[in-house]
Design a binder for this molecule. Structure first.
Ligand SMILES: C[S@@+](CC[C@H](N)C(=O)[O-])C[C@H]1O[C@@H](n2cnc3c(N)ncnc32)[C@H](O)[C@@H]1O
Length: 355
């Protein structure tokens, strides 16, 4: 999965034609216009206000895709919160060199007011006072697959022979896999034969990086996923791995290797437990629909009815807003907020349920 997605030459995220959006293989909340980014910007602003009246705040976007989210956030803040805007340093951590180049081109041509903007990797990132955030990043990390085989946990390995991929079931390469299920209090060895699922060990390394760099502030993670009990429900016996090729969803990771997206849902309980061990306190978690409604998406929906004379524009925007809160689509994404060295009594508007 790592090579298929991130090989510098042949990986999906390195490919020349990678196009995230309505006409690409997949689209995200960011592809539906500026509403998502602008509401997230309001939440980021409130997070920074909770840190006190400082001279500098850092916003760190991880996995910035097309660069549209950065533009939606930055242009909104420069218009609505100019004093805050001038205190920001905006960092982007992006694994794909090709996407990094795309982001630079898009942001340089669309940024309305100059700001300090830095692309870097973890080793270059300074200590952060502010917010880390990501949208649909963690579900793109390469995962381990495991299968229960006669009461034993086996790991799925992949070999390439005679121009084909073959799966091998072998004992796990690391004790971390069994420790992971122990941490979750899931008795995986009692699961039926053939039960297959995923474990995202990269998410732990990622949290370690954040915990190391975050001095004071927040981490906002928005992604597809569930709590552990639902994720590892016995009925979900084929796991959560999903592949997207030109908007078609299927579950064959060996199809058109390097040309299709592959993702696996996120176990949010693991992010909470690992985070707690690393000093990242749970602030709260909710669904994207509730998060955006609490931040004012409902008001935006009401306002657009009066804002445009162009009926096509109006219907398009209304449809986009409905998609952001669709309970069987993007509205079902999970939003998790964790913090470090923050007074836990401080509220965040996105977590105050709107209904
Ligand atoms: C599914 S796309 C989401 C893009 C964007 N956040 C959005 O919502 O449209 C995943 C993004 O994360 C990046 N990515 C994946 N793994 C990464 C990692 N370990 N570090 C930084 N970026 C990563 C990908 O290259 C891509 O930009």
């Amino acid at each position: 999965m790592e090579l298929a997605l991130y090989h510098p030459e042949f990986g999906y995220y390195s490919s020349r034609d990678l196009n995230i959006g309505k006409r690409g293989d997949f689209f995200t909340s960011v592809s539906l216009g500026a509403d998502f980014g602008e509401l997230l910007a309001q939440q980021l602003l409130e997070c920074c206000q909770n840190l006190g009246s400082l001279d500098h705040f850092a916003l760190v976007e991880m996995g910035a895709g097309s660069g549209h989210l950065a533009i939606d956030i930055l242009n909104y803040l420069s218009q609505k919160q100019p004093d805050f805007y001038h205190k920001i340093t905006y960092y982007i951590i992006e694994i794909s060199p090709r996407l990094r180049a795309k982001q630079q081109e898009y942001i340089n041509t669309h940024l309305e007011v100059p700001v300090t903007l830095i692309w870097c990797d973890w080793s270059e990132l300074p200590k952060i006072t502010g917010c880390f955030f990501s949208n649909e990043l963690v579900d793109a990390f390469p995962v381990e697959q495991i299968v229960i085989d006669n009461g034993q946990l086996k790991q799925v390995y992949v070999k390439y022979e005679q121009e084909k991929f073959h799966e091998l079931l072998e004992p796990p390469a690391t004790a971390e896999l069994l420790e992971y299920f122990q941490m979750l209090e899931i008795d995986i060895l009692t699961y039926p034969d053939g039960y297959r699922t995923e474990v995202n060990l990269r998410a732990r390394q990622w949290l370690e990086n954040i915990a190391r760099k975050l001095e004071t502030g927040y981490l906002i993670t928005i992604d597809y996923g569930y709590a552990a009990q639902r994720y590892y429900h016995q009925q979900r016996s084929e796991g959560t791995l999903q592949c997207y090729y030109r908007q078609h969803r299927h579950n064959d990771p060996y199809f058109r290797t390097g040309q299709q997206d592959i993702s696996a849902s996120v176990n949010f309980t693991a992010l909470e437990l690992w985070g707690a061990n690393l000093g990242l306190d749970l602030v709260g978690s909710t669904k994207q629909a509730l998060f955006l409604m609490s931040l004012g998406l409902g008001d935006r929906l009401n306002e657009i009815s009066f804002s445009s004379n162009n009926i096509n524009e109006l219907l398009k925007r209304r449809d986009a807003i409905h998609q952001l809160i669709d309970p069987i689509g993007l509205g079902n994404l999970q939003v998790l907020i964790q913090s470090k060295n923050i007074d836990q009594t401080l509220d965040l508007r996105g977590l105050i349920e709107a209904f």
